[in-house]
Design a protein around this ligand. Structure first.
Ligand code: RB5
Length: 155
């Protein structure tokens, strides 16, 4: 299992601990930055991580900002990406089971490291259920397709 990880400055302080936790689970981790806690813009790092996950089939991502909101909104703009803003082990598990999310997002100002670890465990251990959920996830993909053809139409 391979994870790409990125944050903004408000999620930066959790990055090393999250990387260590993933490594302790035998997960390969690729750090996409930033390298310091200097102020950065979360869309830049959301895009880096989402594009890396899209290009590397079967990989996953973790994105952290202050609330998890901005970085998840930005990641979901990348075609084919389902980035889930989670707050606990339940939402993290459901993001995999029902939504087949590839990227787990959360806020450093919102959840403590204990909760973060439980979310990571749930995200890693929960497979996509498929079945009735598969058609719904396909419909999310259809929104991407409609958006692309709309952009092409308006040139
Ligand atoms: C940065 O101050 C903060 O706005 C950002 O980390 C995030 O919470 C945005 O959604």
């Amino acid at each position: 299992m391979k994870f790409y990880i990125a944050t903004d400055h408000a999620g930066f302080h959790y990055k090393n601990e999250v990387k260590e936790y993933l490594a302790s689970k035998g997960v390969e981790v690729v750090d996409l930055g930033p390298e310091t806690a200097e102020r950065v813009d979360y869309p830049d790092y959301a895009r880096k991580c989402a594009e890396a996950v899209r290009a590397d089939e079967g990989s996953f991502g973790i994105l952290i900002c202050g609330t998890g909101i901005g970085i998840s909104i930005a990641a979901n703009k990348v075609e084919g990406i389902r980035a889930a803003l989670c707050h606990d082990a339940y939402t993290a598990a459901m993001s995999r089971a029902h939504n087949n999310a590839q990227i787990l997002c959360f806020g450093e100002r919102v959840v403590g490291m204990g909760v973060v670890q439980s979310m990571i465990d749930a995200f890693i251990q929960t497979p996509f259920e498929g079945g009735r959920h598969a058609g719904r996830v396909e419909k999310i993909g259809a929104i991407d397709m409609a958006r692309c053809s709309f952009s092409a139409d308006i040139g």
